[in-house]
Design a protein around this ligand. Structure first.
Ligand code: PHE
Length: 461
């Protein structure tokens, strides 16, 4: 007899786990530095538009596909259409998950390593931003440190996924998400009250439209997909453990709300600190590791907060890495009938090996670039700015044109009867967004931003 498939213990369990997937380094590490590199407020407005017009509708669709099919991304498409093409879209998602996990765990490893830096009191030796940056560079420049932390972080991820959906993922998320929220608010309040912090607020909230180029749209879209874990089947997989008694629209809305809130809070916390300490906002991936330690040295009980903060950053990252790992796991468990622990051991180890070149991009391979990108930057660019929007485009097309919107609405109603009783307009808005707006907008943005693709093609000419 086939064993019953796993599921969430409750609706809150699902929301916290999915919010845990969404909220992670994308909000606290990537969002601030991408905002910094793309000119601040104007970028944020584009980003919020992308989330509302594209992110939320696609998230809803992805969760719905998973919940209806109760399968991993490949199996889900296979269950919903006979067309042979669609399972490959699921396969592309699983591949994207593998690649993202490999570099994501490198950065997650830094935040984990910083817990020990905090405990050792290293931050108090460098109360200038330069000293903090040097310290960061010397740590990431150390091959043993960076590869070691990658190994440790992958092991933590494997451990949780090993315990399964309810006992591992859901239980972990329920404890850690609320704690993260409270701490981030405290750090934000300290940022706002720092001298000169208000300049950071103007940078974040007063748009300078001259900074916007066609590429900015791609960045905003890419960040929207990345931060909501969209376009690669993570939300589909989490949706597949959801019960038909729970509402997909209301859960999706809550996930988007929490994710956006956390990104904005992180933005305020970090930019007030960046401006008050006179740092450069467009510094790139090292940004939060250069700024926050300096903030902590200026804070009462900063020692304690610095430890707690990096523990929580690691946890935010962990609730995301487990969702990436779960996509691969669900596929091998559902489709290939592997045992969960076997997938975890085999693919956990493979991801670690595949992550090593990304880790070496900060030391041995720092001068090795492809199209001007280090391996690490290239993998981020390809996944966040190309694979995820492309996956999202295909998911929107699938829902709007292949699955059949009538069938989709029948599924959508399950668990959301109240919403349908009250009014239909919201459902109609969603249909228009997913069928017309999302595919057309994503397509235009992808098309206009194929600069990198053109470069790649030129090489082969
Ligand atoms: N959403 C996660 C974050 O913001 C990253 C992620 C992307 C996780 C894709 C799963 C899938 O940190």
């Amino acid at each position: 007899m086939e064993k019953k498939r796993e599921n969430w213990g409750s609706k809150t369990g699902f929301i916290l786990a999915a919010a845990g997937s969404a909220i992670g380094l994308g909000n606290i590490w990537r969002f601030p530095y991408v905002v910094g590199e793309n000119g601040g407020a104007a970028f944020i407005i584009l980003y919020l538009l992308c989330i509302a017009i594209i992110g939320l509708p696609v998230l809803l669709g992805e969760v719905l596909i998973g919940r209806t099919a109760q399968r991993n991304p490949v199996g889900s498409f296979r269950a919903l259409t006979k067309l042979k093409f669609w399972p490959y879209v699921g396969g592309m998602g699983i591949a994207a998950g593998f690649i993202i996990l490999s570099y994501y765990a490198v950065v997650a490893g830094w935040s984990f390593g910083y817990i020990f830096e905090a405990i050792a009191g290293s931050f108090f030796e460098f109360n200038t931003p330069d000293a903090a940056a040097n310290h960061f560079n010397s740590l990431t420049g150390n091959v043993y440190w960076i590869v070691g932390m990658l190994a440790v972080f992958m092991s933590l991820t494997m451990l949780i996924v090993y315990f399964g959906v309810q006992k591992g993922i859901e239980r972990g998320s329920k404890i850690m998400m609320p704690a993260l929220f409270i701490l981030l608010i405290i750090v934000m309040i300290r940022g706002i009250t720092m001298e000169g912090g208000s300049e950071g607020l103007s940078f974040l909230f007063e748009p300078d439209w001259s900074k916007i180029t066609p590429l900015t749209f791609l960045e905003a879209l890419g960040q929207g997909f990345f931060t909501l874990s969209l376009g690669m089947g993570a939300m589909m997989t989490y949706g597949s453990y959801m019960s038909v008694k729970d509402s997909v629209p209301s859960s999706s809305l809550q996930i988007v709300f929490l994710d956006t809130l956390i990104a904005l809070i992180a933005g305020v916390a970090i930019f007030t600190a960046v401006f008050s300490t006179g740092m450069n906002p467009s510094e790139g991936p090292g940004l939060i590791f250069h700024t926050l330690p300096v903030v902590f040295t200026k804070m009462t009980s900063g020692f304690l907060f610095s430890i707690i903060f990096f523990i929580l950053l690691s946890i935010a990252a962990l609730t995301s890495t487990i969702s990436l790992m779960e996509v691969i796991t669900a596929y091998y468990v559902d489709e290939r009938k592997w045992k969960r622990h076997k997938v975890v051991v085999v693919f956990g180890s493979l991801t670690f090996l595949f992550g090593i070149p990304s880790a070496l991009s900060f030391n041995l391979l720092s001068n090795f670039t492809i199209f001007g990108f280090t391996i690490f930057d290239l993998l981020i660019y390809i996944t966040a700015n190309i694979m995820l929007p492309l996956g999202g485009l295909l998911i929107a097309i699938f829902i709007g044109y292949v699955w059949g919107l009538d069938k989709v609405v029948v599924e959508l109603k399950k668990g959301a009867e109240k919403l349908f009783e009250r009014s239909h307009w919201r459902v109609n808005v969603w249909k228009v967004l997913i069928k017309y707006f999302a595919p057309v907008l994503i397509f235009i943005v992808l098309l206009h931003s194929t600069g990198i693709l053109r470069k790649i093609l030129n090489i082969f000419n």
